[in-house]
Design a protein around this ligand. Structure first.
Ligand code: ATP
Ligand code: MG
Length: 423
């Protein structure tokens, strides 16, 4: 027996009933993002490996062990993008979008990370990504967070909370880094292998460890916020004032470091307790040094990325509804004249009633079997055409989901009647 083909582990098909929810959520999110003046940009899925190594950081989980990297036919090292910020900045530089300009951009699409697949964590996953380049903040920091709050509100999502932190400047981060190395070295016997390795390369990442056994040691670590420089401290307190003014609740979490290296000052995460240990729904932060690091002019910038799979799950666990993907009407036809006329009727409905979804019965069958299919299709109404209807220039209208009466309509009344029933 032949083996059934399987998708690659951690890469999912989004079937029609899920796809309709995805599209609904993406549409709402897009509307909210664009209502703040962000414009869509579309980027390639592949970039040169070096772009990610330089931006995300060599000593991060993503670059160390999660990237899909290969050598292409030209001998170049290519990587399937694990996130969008690096590509966004690259596009800003390659297209000259950042020369004395400010850009508010967003994009949406698949990202790839070779992680251990589990609920809410996949190898191909999707992000909606929003970036503002050329803005020093903290007003834009606040706006980007307020925008998220508006999304949750529009979608009726309630089980979500905001955590914020400031990573300070690169100088203070260096001082903090040394303090962390000193502290974690003193408790080295309590660390796990990953953390011992990070002690040398990237001690801040230890704070981000998900190992429950380490949480006690992490609790006792020096507090990042006590190391902030004056400007970063002012930036952070202005952000908090702006969030307070907007009525947005938050928790300051001085252990929030974020998994990628390019952040400074503001970092934040919208978290939920509804998705088990995959609690981060939307994460972001400021990356004032990245544009310059990748070869552009010094450009302050900030952005966030939201996991679409996690958004979908969170929306659904909260009881969120999606529009239907069923047809509005199913057209049943018996007899050759009816079949010929049916094609016209369906086309006219599509011409005259904006957005109507008409499914024609194809391949014949008795009225009984066609009405069974009509019911199964989820359509609101069946339209029925047989020899009698053709002779009398009328059409049967049979409600499938309500106790409205079935009736026979003169053909010229069909558009009006159906139009008002469906509106
Ligand atoms: P996590 O802590 O869950 O690994 P992260 O800090 O690696 O998340 P980011 O790189 O900031 O996440 O990506 C932004 C968002 O993308 C996350 O908040 C999450 O919603 C989503 N995300 C990240 N990795 C995955 C994945 N492997 N599968 C599904 N969604 C993901
Ligand atoms: Mg991660």
């Amino acid at each position: 027996m032949q083996v059934k083909p399987q998708p690659i582990r951690g890469m999912n098909d989004t079937l029609p009933d899920a796809a309709v929810t995805w599209r609904f959520l993406e549409t709402v999110v897009r509307e909210v993002i664009e209502s703040y003046g962000y414009r869509e940009i579309r980027l390639p899925l592949l970039e040169q490996t070096e772009l990610f190594a330089r931006s995300i950081g060599e000593a991060t989980d993503v670059v160390e062990k999660e990237m899909y990297t290969f050598v292409d036919r030209d001998g170049d090292s290519i990587t399937l993008r694990p996130e969008a910020t690096a590509s966004m900045v690259r596009a800003g530089i390659s297209n000259g979008l950042l020369h004395n300009q400010r850009q508010k951009l967003w994009t949406n699409g698949p990202m790839f990370r070779h992680e251990k697949p589990q609920k809410g964590r996949y190898r191909q996953f999707h992000q909606i990504d929003v970036e503002a380049m050329g803005f020093a903040g903290p007003d834009i920091d606040a706006e980007l967070i307020i925008l998220c709050a508006r999304m949750w509100q529009r979608l009726g999502i309630k089980r979500i909370w905001l955590e914020i932190n400031s990573l300070g400047s690169s100088e203070t981060r260096e001082i903090y880094r040394n303090a962390l190395i000193k502290y974690f070295s003193s408790v080295k016997n309590q660390l796990d292998d990953d953390s011992i390795r990070r002690l040398e390369t990237n001690p801040l990442r230890i704070l981000d460890s998900k190992n429950p056994d380490l949480q006690g040691v992490i609790e006792q670590a020096p507090n990042m916020l006590e190391f902030l420089d004056t400007e970063s401290e002012a930036h952070f307190s202005q952000l908090k004032v702006a969030l307070d003014a907007a009525g947005i609740e938050y928790r300051v979490n001085s252990r929030l470091v974020r998994g990628l290296d390019y952040y400074n000052r503001t970092v934040f995460e919208w978290v939920t307790d509804a998705l088990g240990s995959q609690g981060a729904v939307c994460s972001g932060g400021r990356y004032d040094g990245l544009v310059q690091k990748l070869g552009g002019k010094t450009t302050p910038a900030i952005g966030w990325a939201m996991g679409v799979e996690r958004l979908v799950m969170l929306y659904q666990t909260g009881g969120g509804q999606s529009p239907s993907n069923s047809p509005d009407v199913y057209l049943a036809m018996v007899g050759e004249p009816a079949e010929r006329r049916g094609m016209d009727v369906a086309e006219r409905l599509r011409d005259e009633i904006a957005g109507i979804k008409v499914e024609m019965n194809l391949g014949g069958g008795s009225f009984k079997s066609q009405l069974k299919r009509a019911d199964k299709s989820g359509a609101q109404y069946a339209l029925v055409l047989g020899d009698d209807e053709i002779e009398n220039n009328c059409i049967g209208l049979k409600p499938l989901r309500s106790d409205e009466q079935q009736c026979s309509l003169a053909m010229e009344r069909l558009i009006d009647t159906l139009g008002s029933k469906l509106n």
